[in-house]
Design a protein around this ligand. Structure first.
Ligand code: PEP
Length: 252
């Protein structure tokens, strides 16, 4: 069944103590809530093992923010999928616009990352989305279609059924400028239709498609009430337990 998901991308924030405090607050807060979604925290790699210990004792799931496309070897500074699997990480974000922009990640690399994650039983959260100029030129659908085609549409049906898609218009990330519920729904329906054409209507209906970009407790309900928006990938607002939990409570 298609899952509602709220995932927090902490990016490069928090010391170890702050990270432990944040995850503790989220887990304690979740105990009191009757949630209609899965809640995922994606802390920096250094804190994954600590976060994973929390996941053992609670409903929270843990995701990494990145993975190497190689499984081991001389790749200084990288973290491999088997390493993530060895500390029971369930999800991993790939294709975030910051990694595409600052680390020049290509579609080809992302396809390899998706493959290696799935080989080790980790579900990719695949990010796609256009920059402002592309939306202004009216080519945002083409951009997103290309990103999906290059990054994940080589997967077979079984593999694809373990993928979460996150539509993150780059112009909305960290800018305070959210896509309108209508803009989000339009792109999410487009993505679901592409999945349906590539795989099947059933698989498309089962795929969780998250919205990301300045989502906060004030706008989450309107975004998530769209039929094709199955939750959010949350950056800034995931760094405060209260805000993050309010977003997780935004499903009708
Ligand atoms: C993100 O970077 O994935 C994101 C959605 O960030 P923010 O919520 O801060 O816009």
């Amino acid at each position: 069944m298609r899952k509602n998901i709220v995932a927090g991308n902490w990016k490069m924030n928090k010391t170890f103590q702050e990270a432990e405090e944040l995850i503790d607050q989220i887990v304690v807060g979740m105990e009191e809530m009757s949630l209609k979604c899965e809640v995922i925290a994606c802390p920096p790699a250094l804190y994954l093992e600590m976060a994973s210990d929390y996941a053992e004792e609670s409903r929270i799931k843990i995701g990494a923010q990145n993975v190497s496309e190689h499984d081991k070897g001389a790749y200084t500074g990288e973290i491999a999928a088997p390493m993530l699997a060895s500390v029971d990480i369930e999800y991993c974000i790939i294709g975030h616009s910051e990694r595409r922009k600052y680390f020049h990640e290509t579609g080809e690399q992302l396809a390899k990352k998706a493959d290696i994650l799935l080989d080790y039983g980790i579900k990719p959260i695949f990010c796609c989305g256009e920059v402002l100029e592309e939306r202004e030129k009216g080519i945002h659908f083409d951009v997103v279609r290309k990103q999906l085609t290059e990054g994940i549409f080589h997967l077979n049906k079984d593999e694809f059924s373990n993928v979460v898609v996150a539509y993150e218009p780059v112009w909305a990330i960290g800018t305070g400028k959210t896509a309108s519920p209508g803009q989000a729904q339009e792109m999410h329906a487009f993505i679901r239709n592409l999945i349906s054409e590539k795989y099947s209507k059933e698989i498309a209906e089962e795929t969780s498609i998250l919205y990301g970009g300045s989502c906060n407790p004030g706008n989450a309900k309107a975004l998530f009430s769209n039929p094709d928006v199955d939750g959010g990938l949350i950056g800034g607002a995931s760094l405060k337990a209260d805000d993050f939990l309010k977003i997780a409570a935004s499903f009708e």
